[in-house]
Design a protein around this ligand. Structure first.
Ligand code: ADE
Ligand code: ZN
Length: 345
């Protein structure tokens, strides 16, 4: 581990911005900025019920997860062609590069698109081509994680998996997202067992708004390797012990939690407590176009609000590499770059 330099509070934002990091919780459809929504709406002839970019942005005032999801699915309705998926992902990868994100694992929601008649091939090929060009042109390594929508049935998830399997080499794992409360992980136990047999990585949103019980069943029944969000876990001390003992990473999204009213103020976010308990917590942006910030904005605002310092910055960036699905050699290379950034801070 690097020696952590003493950094005055005024210089912390620069260190947070400059340090290399991985992003492990980003819904690529949640990176679609209003300007791009309007451009695609025009070029594809898909009407959206907002008169202007400003009017759409003004609608981004959320009270909970569902109030956000309704607008998020409406925004995604402009995506039709392979080029749309490519453009969306390339725009994200450029923002990632600007924030010194060196590795990203991108969630995508195929059912949002296939339900509108867009072919699975169109979605996966557009996103995958962007990850290839992003690595070549921007130096950002990225891979794809297919998410099942939990408000739909397990049967629908099975059909989605079948449709995606011809492109099995273009995604590394599966996740579970959308409306959490009322749709517990166990609803998807069989499809996750199949994904495990296929050698896919497994993650699931749990404990964003839902109770600690959902985190337990994501671990014990779905056998996930990471928990997305998981911030409700601190309500159950036994669960915190389990997450620490098994080094199960939590992909935490502070600005998302603030915008969806999971915490009333960023000052009250429990990420310092998660780190203090020895959990492998990471910082991520979730749906940056909707929640007011990409990676560095999440880091800078969260550190300013909670009073965390250089030690926690190092830990969070190190955790992001440890928690990623790259091999041990790549983790070592990323961590060496992180150590170098701290040595030169
Ligand atoms: N889909 C996109 N963002 C999400 C979130 N924060 N929780 C659940 N599903 C999502
Ligand atoms: Zn999410």
């Amino acid at each position: 581990m690097a020696t952590i330099p003493n950094i005055p509070a005024g210089r912390l934002p620069q260190l947070l911005a400059r340090m290399p990091k991985a992003e492990l919780h980003i819904h690529i459809e949640g990176s679609l900025e209003p300007e791009l929504i309007f451009e695609m709406s025009r070029r594809n002839g898909v009407a959206i019920p907002y008169a202007s970019v400003d009017e759409l942005r003004r609608a981004y005032a959320f009270t909970n997860l569902q109030s956000f999801l309704d607008i998020y699915y409406a925004g995604a309705s402009v995506l039709l062609k392979e080029q749309d998926f490519y453009d969306m992902a390339m725009a994200y990868l450029k923002r990632a590069q600007a924030d010194n994100v060196v590795h990203a694992e991108l969630f995508f929601d195929p059912q949002t698109h296939t339900a509108r008649g867009v072919a699975m091939e169109t979605v996966i090929n557009g996103l995958h081509r962007a990850t290839v060009d992003g690595a070549k042109q921007l130096g950002v390594d990225a891979s794809l994680i297919l998410c099942f929508l939990r408000h739909l049935s397990e049967q629908d998830a099975f059909e989605t998996l079948e449709q995606a399997l011809p492109w099995r080499d273009k995604f590394i794992g599966v996740g579970l997202d959308s409306s959490e409360v009322g749709h517990p992980p166990e609803k998807f136990a069989k499809v996750y067992a199949r994904c495990r047999e296929l050698g896919l990585h497994l993650v699931a949103h749990a404990g964003e708004e839902g109770p600690p019980a959902y985190v337990w069943t994501a671990l014990d029944l779905l056998k996930v390797e990471r928990i997305d969000h998981g911030v409700q876990s601190t309500k159950d001390p036994e669960l915190v012990k389990r997450l620490a003992r098994d080094r199960i990473p939590l992909t935490v999204c502070p600005l998302s939690n603030l915008k969806l009213c999971v915490f009333p103020k960023l000052e009250m976010h429990n990420i310092p407590q998660l780190l203090e308990a020895g959990l492998v917590a990471t910082v991520n942006s979730d749906d940056p176009a909707y929640f007011g910030g990409y990676m560095n904005e999440n880091f800078v605002q969260t550190f300013a609000a909670t009073g965390m310092g250089a030690r926690e910055a190092y830990q969070l960036a190190k955790n992001s590499f440890d928690a990623s699905f790259v091999d041990a050699a790549a983790k070592r290379r990323y961590t060496d770059r992180l150590d170098e950034a701290f040595a030169n801070a």
